[in-house]
Every structure is written in C-alpha cells, then in structure tokens.
Design a protein around this ligand. Structure first.
Ligand code: HEM
Length: 126
C-alpha cells in the first residue's frame, strides 16, 4: 500500500467520525430532517494549493445528472426467465477508489414516453 493510500485510508476510516467505516451508509451524510450535513468529504478533489479547480463543476454536474436520472427513472431488480426478481448481492471492487461491481437491474421510466421526451428535450425513447 502506498503512502497516499495509507493516508486516505486513515482519513476515511476514522472510527470516531465514521462508526463502522466499512459499512455502506450514505445516511452518514444526512441530518435528521433528511437534508445534507456539512461533511462534504472533499478528499477526492485533493486539498491545499493544488486542489482541483473543477470541483464545483464536477460536483454540480454529478448532482444534476443523478437527480435528473432518479426523477425520470426508477431502478428495480432484474427479472429472470421465470418472472422472479434476481436478488442483488452487493459486491465491491478493492483499491483506492472502491465502487460497486456490475449487477443486473431494470430501469423503468416513471413517465410516459411522450412526457419523458418533453422533460428531457430528447426526440424519442424506444
Ligand atoms: C469527479 C471529478 C473530478 C475529480 C475526482 C477530480 C480530482 C482532482 C484531483 C485529485 C486533483 C489533484 C489535486 C492535487 O494535486 O492535490 C485535481 C486537479 C485538477 N483538476 Fe480535477 N477532478 C475532477 C473534475 C475536474 C473538472 C470537471 C475540471 C475542470 C473543469 C478539473 C480540473 C482540474 C485542474 C485544472 C486541476 C489541477 C489544479 C492544479 O494543479 O492547480 N477537475 N482534480
């Protein structure tokens, strides 16, 4: 493990700040009323003199992309050939940036095709 890996690991696994740090708990970053707390976990963008100058563009773009996607579509378990839901077994990659491994799922539009076209400005959804 490199020195920077060790530093990141120590910062993101601080038991006092993040109890059970290995557990996937996005609600760590929420207040009781459901709004975001002030912990922005800005590690991904570096810090100090060389901090990422695009962090606000990146942050806002991801927020817009994710919230727009969730407003227009819902995500469900995939269905097998017998019509039964395929359970999701959460698996994650290892390394400095941990991410979920690919899993089958079903993405369902929340609105009619016509409405989605109007909402997104895109021509047609097949
Ligand atoms: C999720 C997306 C992004 C991540 C995770 C990210 C992360 C980083 C990191 C870790 C650094 C290095 C900080 C250091 O050396 O200590 C960096 C530098 C930089 N980033 Fe980003 N970045 C992202 C998006 C962007 C975008 C969208 C732009 C431009 C619009 C951008 C422009 C830059 C520039 C110009 C630097 C060099 C800053 C300097 O050395 O003075 N980044 N970024």
């Amino acid at each position: 493990m490199s020195q920077s890996d060790k530093i990141f690991r120590a910062m993101t696994n601080n038991e006092e700040k993040y109890p059970n740090p290995e557990e996937f708990k996005p609600e760590r970053f929420l207040q009781e009323d459901g709004s975001l707390n002030n912990d922005r976990m800005p590690l991904a963008f570096g810090w100090g003199r060389r901090v990422c100058v695009g962090q606000h563009v990146a942050d806002a773009s991801l927020w817009i992309a994710m919230t727009s996607f969730l407003a227009a579509f819902s995500i469900h378990n995939a269905i097998d050939e017998h019509g039964k839901e395929i359970p999701i077994v959460p698996k994650f990659t290892t390394g400095l940036v941990v991410q979920p491994e690919k899993f089958p799922c079903r993405i369902v539009p929340r609105f009619s095709t016509k409405m989605l076209s109007r909402m997104t400005g895109l021509g047609s959804f097949v």
